[in-house]
Every structure is written in structure tokens, then in C-alpha cells.
Write a protein that binds this ligand. Structure first.
Ligand code: NAD
Length: 451
């Protein structure tokens, strides 16, 4: 195995040259990254097809297009973000001025998962570059074609001592964690998130943890049911449910359940056709292990829609499960696949209690036209972020920092949120020497005396 000590040391030495702090250098790096991505767009789409059977539409809209937009937004705003921010100074500090300097940490380690293997490696990199850091990316071993292109793309435009990609799995990831980097940005499961944080604690390395969990979606009795059904079907079944912020399960008000499910079935058919298993654009499950795990949920409750699968192509139909309770295995952990269990409720308080009794969700979605209901849900449940009357869409706004809370993660990124994540805010007081206010000094002419 390669010696990562040397790689990290070389990056640290390069960082100390201060080149990466130069704004022209950062802008140039972002432009290079944008051009390189555009150049290998087709190759990337092919790789995403091979790794996950992602359609060109999905590959572009959820991976390539997303990061190109993030680069464009960063280039447009970086000059504002890098300026030292002048803040207020109290009267006690008269004569001085106060500033916050955004300073890069140094060498950043980015560990990425397989479900959006390109986007979830590159989006943090954009923030790391913008803030003036060096970076090492460890992409997922489960999507080898995409990870290889990522490595080639980075190698072609950046020297290793600035940005580097390390291919491999758990072993490589743990070797990198043994090195003393200056920041760790991890996206992945809760279980591995804990391992990362433990490793980071040894060197007191700051971390961002973008984790997962069960994200609820509540459909209240006053919701626009047709619109809700379409937006939920899209948010849940895009990428075959292998999205960290996909609605994991539904809480549907009992009065509208039958009508809503009717719309949901229509919406799923409209998006994936009568026979999703034969749809060439339907994403597959990443591995046999995950396929078998998901397959085991199909005997929970009753199948209201879908339920068929193909172990040869690793595809599972968009599936809706009824007659489900919190005791079923499908309700124990994040599903991360195209299976959507439906719980029903009569009063909102039961929903709030139900969610409260489980770990903090990464996302929460509520469909309701009632402002009081919206406020009650937003104010009384802890979750990373989410949408009212939509699903997943908050993720793609550069103005909304994205991240979890509690077991769904810590820290946030996207847009200025990424720049801030990868910057230490150095507080500087700039004092005048024209005068010296005496009140802070002990009142004595001959040194300190006992009173
Ligand atoms: P994972 O935690 O298994 O792996 C993520 C990365 O960690 C991979 O690069 C892997 O090689 C590495 N890794 C795995 N085991 C390790 C170990 N023991 N020590 C060190 N490194 C290790 O996650 P995954 O299966 O790739 O992704 C799915 C999970 O990621 C889901 O739980 C999902 O919710 C979460 N996720 C979260 C977000 C988010 O933005 N919050 C986005 C996508 C996925």
C-alpha cells in the first residue's frame, strides 16, 4: 500500500508555500475543474451507467450539472466571501477595529460514498479549493468506474501535492485516517461516521459528518394530494431510493390515505412505466448485499404497489408497503432503496411523538397548506433540513447549507456554507497606538502592591 504519510507531508509543505491562499490560484483551480468536468461529461455518464445504471438525465441533473452549478456559483461569489469581515467593536475597545479572517485549514481529507459517487466527492472539493485548502479525496470502492474517472480527472489538472485522489476501500480509508490531516469531511453511514469521529479525536481534527437516517414525509389531510404524490414519487424513487435525503417512509393522515395512495400509484406509473424492471433508465441497486437486504423487507406488511425484483440485474420495482408499524424490520434502519412504507395517523401529535422517539432525521418533508401545521412541525421536531410541500429540492439550493443534526450528522455545506465549512474564522483586533486607555491597567505607579 502507498505511503500516505509522504502524500500528506507533501501536501502540508505545498500548503505552507501559501500558493493555495492566492485568490487567482483558487479561481484558476475552479475553472480548471469546471473545464475538465465538461470535457469528460460523456465518460462520466458512461461510468455512472456502468456502476449504477444511472440514466443520462439522472447522471447530468443529480451529479454533473449539480457540481457545475456549484462551481459557477462559487466563482461568482468568492471575491465577497474571502474578504475579511468587519464586525462591531465594543466601546471598551475604543480606538480599535475588529475583523474575521477566513483562513484555510490546510490539508483536507474528503471520504465519499457510492450513491452519488461523483457529486458527493466533488461538491466538498469545490468548497475546499474555494477556501484555499489542499485536498485528498477517497471515493467509494463500490463504484469503481466513476472513482477511476475521478482520479484521472484530478491527476490531469492538479499536482498531487495540491489535490490527490486515493482509490480503495476500508483499508485505504483507515490508513488515511491515521495521518494527521487538518480537516475531515465525511459522507456516509452513521456507523462509519462514528469510526471517523473517533479517529479524528486522536488528533483533535475538526470534522464534518454528512450521515443518514430515516427521513419522514408527512402528508396532512389538507395537502394538495396530486402534487404531493408526484413530488414524493420523484424524491423517493430517483436513484432507486439510494438517496440519503429520500423520503424513507410516509405518515399519511387517515382521512386522505386512500385518495393519496391512488395518486401515488399513478405518479409512479407515470415516472417509471407499467414495467419498471424493464425500464432501461431505472437505476439498479449498487450491490448484491444491498439487494438482498432490501429484498428481505418485501415480506413486511402488505405490498400495495410493485414488489417484483430481478436478482440478475439487481433491480427492485418502486414498491409501496401498507399495514406497517414501527415494529417491522423495514422501520428499524434507513431503507436506502425503492421501498416506501406507509404509516397512517389521526392527530399530528402522534406523528411528532413517533418521530421524536427515533434518531434525528437528516431530512423531513411535510405536505400541508396550513401555516400553523407547518410551524408546529418545523418548530417541534429536530431534523437536518427539509421542505414544505416538496421533497429533496432543498439540497440543490446554494443558499441553504445542507447537513444533519445529532445522529444524522454535524456541520453543513453547499454554496457559502461550503466555503465556511472549510475556513477557520480567525478573529483579529486591530488596535491603535495613538492613545492608550488606562482603565484596564491596575492603578499603581510602582508595580502591583498588596491592598
Ligand atoms: P459507508 O459509510 O459504508 O462508506 C462511506 C465511505 O467510507 C466509503 O468511501 C468507504 O470506503 C469508507 N468506509 C467504509 N467503512 C469504513 C471504515 N470502517 N473505516 C473508514 N472508512 C470506511 O457509506 P456508503 O454505503 O458508501 O453510503 C451510504 C450511506 O451514506 C447511507 O447511510 C446514506 O444515508 C449516507 N449518505 C449521506 C449523505 C449526506 O449527504 N448526508 C449523502 C449520501 C449518502
Amino acid at each position: 500500500m502507498e505511503n500516505y504519510k509522504i502524500l500528506v507531508q507533501n501536501q502540508k509543505s505545498f500548503f505552507r508555500t501559501n500558493k493555495t491562499k492566492d485568490i487567482g490560484f483558487r479561481l484558476d483551480a475552479l475553472q480548471k475543474l469546471r473545464n475538465a468536468i465538461k470535457k469528460c461529461e460523456k465518460e462520466l455518464m458512461d461510468a455512472l451507467k456502468a456502476d449504477l445504471n444511472k440514466s443520462e438525465f439522472d447522471a447530468y441533473s443529480t451529479e454533473i450539472g449539480f457540481v457545475l452549478e456549484e462551481i459557477r456559483f462559487t466563482i461568482r461569489n468568492i471575491m465577497k466571501w474571502v474578504k475579511p469581515e468587519k464586525v462591531k467593536t465594543p466601546l471598551t475597545h475604543i480606538g480599535s477595529k475588529s475583523f474575521l479572517y477566513s483562513e484555510p485549514y490546510g490539508v483536507v481529507l474528503i471520504v465519499a460514498p457510492w450513491n452519488y459517487p461523483f457529486q458527493l466527492a466533488i461538491a466538498p472539493l469545490i468548497g475546499a479549493i474555494a477556501a484555499g485548502n489542499c485536498a485528498i479525496i477517497k471515493p467509494s470502492e463500490l463504484t469503481p468506474r466513476t472513482s477511476e474517472i475521478l482520479e484521472r480527472l484530478v491527476e490531469e489538472i492538479f499536482p498531487k501535492e495540491y489535490i490527490s485522489v486515493v482509490l480503495g476501500g476500508v483499508e485505504e480509508s483507515q490508513s488515511l485516517l491515521n495521518e494527521e490531516v487538518d480537516y475531515i469531511f465525511f459522507t456516509g453511514s452513521v456507523v462509519v461516521g462514528k469510526i471517523i469521529m473517533e479517529a479524528a479525536a486522536k488528533n483533535l481534527t475538526p470534522v464534518t459528518l454528512e450521515l443518514g437516517g430515516k427521513s419522514p414525509c408527512i402528508i396532512h389531510k389538507d395537502a394538495n394530494l396530486k402534487v404531493a404524490a408526484k413530488r414524493i414519487a420523484w424524491g423517493k424513487f430517483t436513484n432507486s431510493g439510494q438517496t440519503c435525503i429520500a423520503p424513507d417512509y410516509l405518515y399519511v393522515h387517515q382521512n386522505i390515505k386512500a385518495e393519496f395512495l391512488h395518486h401515488l400509484k399513478d405518479a409512479i406509473r407515470e415516472l417509471y412505466g407499467e414495467n419498471p424492471l424493464d425500464n432501461p433508465n431505472y437505476t439498479r441497486i449498487v450491490s448484491e448485499k444491498h439487494f438482498n437486504r432490501l429484498q428481505s423487507f418485501l415480506n413486511n406488511g402488505e405490498i400495495l404497489l410493485g414488489g417484483k425484483s430481478n436478482p440478475k440485474t439487481l433491480v427492485i420495482e418502486p414498491t409501496v408497503l401498507g399495514n406497517i408499524s414501527w415494529e417491522d424490520s423495514v422501520m428499524k434502519d434507513e431503507i436506502f432503496g425503492p421501498i416506501l412504507p406507509v404509516l397512517e395517523y389521526d392527530v399530528l401529535a402522534h406523528v411528532i411523538d413517533g418521530i421524536h422517539r427515533h434518531p434525528n432525521p437528516l431530512a423531513l418533508y411535510l405536505f400541508s397548506e396550513n401555516n400553523n401545521v407547518q410551524q408546529e412541525v418545523v418548530n417541534s421536531i429536530p431534523f437536518g433540513g427539509g421542505c414544505i410541500n416538496d421533497t429533496v429540492y432543498h439540497f440543490v439550493s446554494p443558499y441553504l447549507p445542507f447537513g444533519g443534526v445529532g445522529s444524522s450528522g454535524m456541520g453543513a455545506y453547499h454554496g457559502k456554507g461550503s466555503f465556511d465549512t472549510f475556513s477557520h474564522k480567525k478573529s483579529i483586533l486591530k488596535q491603535t497606538t495613538l492613545f492608550d486607555i488606562p482603565f484596564r491597567y491596575p492603578n499603581t505607579k510602582n508595580g502591583l502592591k498588596k491592598i
